[in-house]
Design a protein around this ligand. Structure first.
Ligand code: COI
Length: 354
């Protein structure tokens, strides 16, 4: 059994906190003072440590670098008015990390190790959790293979780490997205449901091409027919057509988003009509043409709600209704912010107080 309470802590002597401009934080570039590390030695997780944030030393033969045996998560922490640190749904991220790990032949992580590592790290770096509106502390847990071996097989050894960064908005404006009908993000039997590092590498070229055509991101379609919309960029995607909230069902090509689940939970609670079913490209385009596509937005931890402003398909751009007039997505964004920052009661037990 791993002793998850026995975390050795080595505090930094040179905090970088005073160098951070909390009124102007870019996403993912500023890292808090400490990081949590645990090692899997082939049998069990050990060496639980919190250290000053620092570079890692890796062998050039590290198998994660070559073959991508690596999974990650994204979570956020907020401050409530009493200055407590609140993390949104960390146990859901823990469960998904282990599901991703299972798909990539990475050993399971004990829940107490994840939760205690997270808690101790956030206690130490609590002053890094920003308080301004639209800011939060982004938390990046990840596990990667550490065998120095070029043969293809699951690594025997791994590192689990958590580091954090204060962040502002992920997208600075509503996005223009292109329906991708050549490349695929995920195929049946593949790794689309796992938060595996390689999925994101594979998305770069199609996203870059879309960028060059004037779009911020893609709407991914199914790999077989390209007739059904699955995700948008790194997020799940939802549409409101004829007053019904529609999103693709989770399965092995779609990541089971925690923001996705939170949005659907609130929508149902509020009495919206919700359909988790295949979303045809044609139905979205027809609805856009006929003025029945009321809202479209991505859901993910980084952005929470990323409003879609326009959809490109077959050389045509379909502009969507003004973001200010979107009743559901603005309401759900506000409600999630209020739950995450402890302003309203958390009846789902989503918020974990550090
Ligand atoms: C998210 O939308 O939460 C993501 O997974 C984006 C992240 C890769 C930065």
């Amino acid at each position: 059994m791993v002793d998850t309470l026995n975390i050795s802590i080595n505090k930094t002597q040179n905090s970088r906190l005073s160098q951070v401009d909390f009124n102007n934080i870019p996403f993912g570039r500023v890292f808090s003072d400490h990081m949590f590390v645990a090692d899997f030695d082939g049998k069990s997780w050990k060496n639980l440590q919190i250290l000053p944030y620092q570079p890692l030393q890796l062998s050039p033969a590290n198998s994660a670098l070559h073959y991508g045996q690596s999974v990650f998560e994204g979570m956020k922490a907020y401050r409530n008015e009493g200055k407590d640190v609140l993390v949104f749904r960390p146990r859901a991220n823990f469960d998904r990390l282990n599901r991703s790990a299972a798909r990539m032949c990475i050993p399971q992580l004990p829940e107490e190790l994840f939760m205690n590592g997270l808690t101790e790290l956030l206690r130490l770096d609590r002053d890094w959790v920003p308080a301004n509106e639209n800011t939060s502390l982004y938390i990046r847990p990840f596990i990667f293979a550490t065998d120095d071996y070029l043969g293809i097989r699951p690594s025997d050894t791994y590192k689990f780490m958590i580091f954090t960064c204060p962040v502002g908005a992920y997208y600075s404006e509503p996005v223009r997205v292109k329906i991708e009908t050549q490349y695929s993000r995920a195929a049946t039997g593949g790794t689309g449901a796992a938060k595996a590092a390689g999925n994101y590498a594979a998305s770069l070229l199609p996203a870059l091409k879309a960028h060059q055509q004037g779009y911020h991101q893609l709407l991914w379609t199914d790999a077989k027919s390209h007739q059904f919309i699955e995700e948008s960029g790194t997020m799940n995607v939802m549409f409101i057509i004829d007053d019904t909230l529609i999103t693709a069902p989770t399965g092995d090509t779609i990541l089971a988003g925690i923001t996705r689940d939170s949005v659907l939970t609130l929508a149902r609670e509020w009495g919206y009509k919700v359909e988790e079913r295949k979303v045809a490209v044609q139905e979205v385009i027809d609805a856009a043409k006929e003025g029945r596509l009321q809202e479209a937005f991505g859901t993910g931890t980084a952005a929470t709600i990323a409003q879609i402003k326009a959809i490109g398909h077959e050389e045509k751009d379909y502009e969507l209704p003004a973001v200010e007039n979107r009743e559901f997505s603005n309401r759900v964004l506000r409600a999630l912010d209020e739950i995450k920052t402890g302003k309203v009661a958390d009846k789902w037990d989503w918020v974990y107080k550090v």
